[in-house]
Design a protein. Structure first.
Length: 361
């Protein structure tokens, strides 16, 4: 009898150790799975950053990735734009945004912001609501708040919400901290892009977008094609016209040159005022070898213009004709567009001031 009891005890102890071993393996597999998910998320982040889309669109897509990969019910990214807090991305109904973009004012999150640590809050039953919920009641029952800092400066927060009490009790906050840090990296990356997007302007005399347009919305059009031709041209006698005739006459030259060229361009070709007397055209999807004759005709039309002096000219009656120097190069999708335009600009700036050619670089 004693032997049987001892045998049973040994079996029970063995089963306990076996269960513990299985549990450790399950946890190990869970950790591996989480690590794989995090790596996949990071890769998705990098792919999103490299896409030809606006900074806001990238943040929205990144938020969608978080929701999908981590099975999050609600996810919201809020950033201070220099004047107020604004929601950059959220899958919460817009009627709740006023509450979500003012969480920095909630006492419940004050210590989290001050100490740069996450804050987890939840309710104990379905009849309660979270402290920051004003008008709503049943939407969220759990929330994790992550303050976002860039270079030790508080710039906003990421908040995830669940629809059941204690939903995040067993969530690995280490993984979520890594995710938050990835969000910070993305915000840093898209910050410069956002600045560029906001400084795109319409030029007064040419009625064209400024150069920044090429690197923002314009790039979406260009990158529909594997290869495009970039043209930079310079009105080489514009300074002379400004000095010898009048500044307003020079402005009229810009207007007439741009009007003439725009009439010749297809809708998918981009035409912008690059800087001063320099202008850029991107022939989206066009091989450089196929536009030589086109550029000769375009140059001839521009240089055959006869533009009368403006009203501020007081001398003898004259007519002015623009002279342009043209440089072209190939842009390949996935490479750096500004590198191509910079190369063309350097050529035009270092060329003989009197040069008026079509140059293939």
């Amino acid at each position: 009898m004693i032997i049987v009891i001892l045998l049973l005890v040994a079996i029970i102890v063995g089963l306990m150790f076996y269960n513990m071993s299985i549990h450790k393996k399950v946890e190990a597999f869970k950790n591996i799975d989480q690590q794989i998910t995090s790596l996949n998320v990071l890769q998705d982040f990098m792919n999103t950053i490299s896409e030809s889309s606006s900074a806001d669109e990238k943040l929205k897509k990144i938020n969608d990735i978080l929701i999908e990969k981590y099975k999050i019910k609600y996810s919201t990214i809020v950033v201070y734009n220099g004047a107020e807090y604004e929601i950059k991305a959220s899958n919460v109904a817009q009627k709740h945004w006023d509450a979500l973009k003012n969480l920095q004012s909630e006492p419940i999150f004050k210590d989290s912001i001050e100490t740069a640590t996450p804050k987890y809050i939840t309710v104990n039953n379905e009849n309660e609501k979270l402290p920051y919920q004003k008008m709503e009641f049943g939407r969220a029952k759990s929330a994790m708040f992550f303050p976002i800092y860039i270079d030790n400066v508080y710039i906003g927060y990421w908040i995830i919400e669940g629809s059941t009490p204690h939903e995040f009790d067993n969530v690995d906050t280490t993984i979520l901290e890594v995710v938050k840090n990835n969000i910070v990296s993305v915000l840093k990356t898209v910050e410069n892009q956002s600045v560029v997007e906001q400084i795109v302007r319409d030029d007064l005399y040419s009625e064209l977008k400024t150069a920044e347009y090429l690197y923002t919305d314009g790039k979406k059009i260009i990158d529909k094609f594997d290869k495009s031709t970039v043209c930079l041209f310079k009105i080489i006698n514009l300074v002379q016209i400004n000095q010898n005739v009048s500044r307003k006459t020079g402005d009229n030259v810009i207007t007439e040159v741009c009007k003439t060229i725009k009439q010749e361009l297809a809708p998918e070709y981009l035409f912008v005022r690059y800087m001063g007397p320099k202008f850029a055209i991107v022939f989206s999807g066009v091989e450089i070898d196929s536009i030589e004759e086109y550029m000769k005709n375009l140059k001839q039309k521009v240089e055959s213009l006869k533009i009368p002096p403006a009203q501020d000219y007081k001398g003898k009656p004259v007519e002015v004709s623009p002279l342009i120097n043209i440089a072209l190069a190939t842009y390949y999708k996935g490479t750096i567009l500004v590198g191509v335009t910079k190369k063309l600009e350097e050529y035009l700036d270092t060329a003989d001031p009197a040069e008026s050619n079509i140059n293939f670089l």
